[in-house]
Design a protein around this ligand. Structure first.
Ligand code: HEM
Length: 113
């Protein structure tokens, strides 16, 4: 479990650095370009594929955040025994899934996608 979470930390970090940042730049450039460009961005972002990507990157962010916090705690020298390491690795997945569901539930009930 900790090996999977460790690899996932690297994959999610790089997915955000190379993937999510590009989408963020598209959003900013579309907003700066004008109404037509922004309407195109919104049409893609609120379509089923855009929402799928949005949910995916939300999980990627929260998984990286949770395992990053776990990493920072372990940097203080705690949680290295096998049992604790496995438990905290599993907790990062539980935490990231719950935070992703909570985020999209908030978006759904607030905006109604
Ligand atoms: C949300 C809070 C975040 C926390 C707590 C966090 C924590 C960390 C930690 C502790 C590491 C170092 C792991 C190691 O030493 O092996 C790391 C690596 C990294 N983070 Fe984050 N991070 C966060 C957000 C982000 C964001 C927003 C991005 C990108 C846009 C990002 C991209 C990366 C990358 C690319 C790495 C290197 C991955 C690799 O080993 O190849 N992180 N993060």
């Amino acid at each position: 479990m900790h090996a999977i979470v460790s690899i996932t930390h690297r994959v999610t970090g790089n997915a955000m650095a190379f993937g999510a940042v590009m989408l963020f730049l598209w959003w900013l450039i579309a907003a700066a370009t004008g109404p037509a460009a922004y309407a195109t961005f919104l049409a893609v972002a609120t379509g089923w594929f855009g929402i799928l990507v949005g949910v995916g990157f939300t999980w990627v962010f929260f998984q990286h955040m949770c395992s990053g916090i776990r990493h920072l705690i372990m940097d203080t020298g705690q949680g290295y025994d096998l049992g604790t390491s496995r438990t905290t690795a599993a907790l990062t997945i539980v935490g990231s899934v719950l935070l992703t569901v909570a985020t999209w539930a908030a978006i759904y009930f607030h905006k109604g996608i």
